[in-house]
Design a protein around this ligand. Structure first.
Ligand code: NAD
Ligand code: UDP
Length: 340
């Protein structure tokens, strides 16, 4: 298939390009590089021997989107482009609604004008809000809510796509709800390269291990979980990338709008992940316990059976693989793509 990948220079997008090349697809990327480096595409080329065409532009810029769609014919779109930091979305809600929601509306409008109706959307487990423990593991039918503007952009876009699919049966929307993507390509050539101090657990851990940060604070050890620390469903970014390839293979057979969890289906605590990471690096990771982070759920993990049933996909890599690969990337690229 010929695919348009928005946000393809980013963390999940670049790993997905590698997986899509391995499956024989052809790729064009539309990315404004607001949160990524084109160096990631040099790395894609090193691994795959192929380089996506990169159009540097904004999904909300109608003339750019139109010229991309006029210049090539696409079988499907994978839509990663968007801002993704929860805290920043609270400080800059307008920017989040503008970029994620308004930008996607422009993209969708141009796609329907060009007759491109296979659309795979990066949604998130954040649409489940702060899940009620009785709903765990989370099925796609669990109640939805937004706790912050970032979550609202995902929830609203899902709602918009559901309504568009109900009104026009030509659409095929797959709403892929990612749980906690971590890790890196096993080559150590590609990985997560967050700007500033990381908010997320795994990049924080790897930056402590490489000496860029002093110590990890574990947010809370008094949760009603087996060891008191928060439980999440971590998914290796290469498993997630392969999930997109599985979605590409099935999108034409799935008309309408279908939400699918992409997770491992099992919960891992912060303390367990730290222990796996210490095993990967062969030394203790400096850490201390601090108070709970406001808004955090005690536990959040997927029922991943729908992905297996509809896409024939499930995760293959475990926490040890995630930690080994995240460390391989960070230790080989202590400053991410910056000094490449
Ligand atoms: P990322 O920031 O690494 O990648 C996003 C890419 O989109 C970047 O390359 C950025 O430059 C680009 N971009 C942003 N706004 C754009 C615009 N208006 N026009 C064109 N390009 C634009 O993030 P990621 O971790 O790879 O996440 C990809 C998607 O998956 C996002 O939509 C994110 O919300 C979603 N998601 C991520 C996670 C996670 O933990 N990483 C979890 C759930 C969902
Ligand atoms: N966490 C932590 N210390 C950190 C960052 C995160 O203890 O510096 C915990 C957080 O409380 C949650 C888990 O790690 O239990 C995953 O957090 P992350 O921000 O990576 O993802 P979330 O599930 O919150 O989106």
């Amino acid at each position: 298939m010929h695919i348009l990948v928005t946000g393809g220079a980013g963390y999940i997008g670049s790993h997905t390009c590698v997986a899509a090349y391995a499956a024989g697809h052809t790729i064009t990327i539309l990315d404004n590089l607001s949160n990524s480096s084109p160096e990631s595409l040099n790395r894609v080329e090193k691994i795959s021997g192929r380089r996506p065409r990169l159009v540097v532009g904004d999904i909300g810029d109608r003339s750019v989107v139109r010229s991309v769609l006029d210049s090539e014919k696409f079988d499907a779109v994978i839509h990663f482009a968007g801002y993704k930091a929860v805290g920043e979305s609270v400080a800059k809600p307008w920017e989040y609604y503008q970029n994620n929601v308004a930008g996607t509306l422009v993209l969708l409008d141009e796609l329907r004008r060009h007759g491109v109706r296979n659309f795979i959307f990066s949604s998130s487990a954040t649409v489940y809000g702060n899940p009620d423990p009785k709903d765990l593991p989370l099925k796609e039918t669990a109640p939805l809510s937004a706790l912050n503007p970032y979550g609202a952009t995902k929830l609203w876009l899902e709602e918009i796509m559901r309504a568009m699919a109900a009104a026009d049966p030509a659409w095929h929307f797959l709403l892929l709800r990612y749980f906690n993507p971590v890790g890196a390509h096993e080559s150590g050539l590609m990985g997560e390269d967050p700007a500033g101090i990381p908010n997320n657990l795994m990049p924080y851990i790897t930056q402590v291990a490489v000496g860029r940060l002093k110590e990890l604070t574990i947010f809370g050890n008094d949760y009603p979980t087996p060891d008191g620390t928060g439980v999440r469903d971590y998914i290796h970014v290469c498993d997630l990338a392969e999930g997109h390839v599985a979605a590409l293979a099935k999108v034409a057979d799935l008309p309408g709008c279908t939400a699918i969890n992409l997770g491992s289906g099992s919960g891992v605590s912060v303390a367990q992940l730290v222990a796996s990471f210490e095993k990967a690096i062969g030394r203790p990771l400096p850490h201390r316990f601090g108070p709970r982070r406001p808004g955090d759920a005690a536990a959040c993990y997927a029922d991943a059976s729908k992905a297996l049933q509809l896409l024939g996909w499930k995760t293959k890599r475990n926490s040890d693989d995630m930690c080994r690969d995240a460390w391989n990337w960070q230790s080989k690229n202590p400053n991410g793509y910056k000094n490449a």
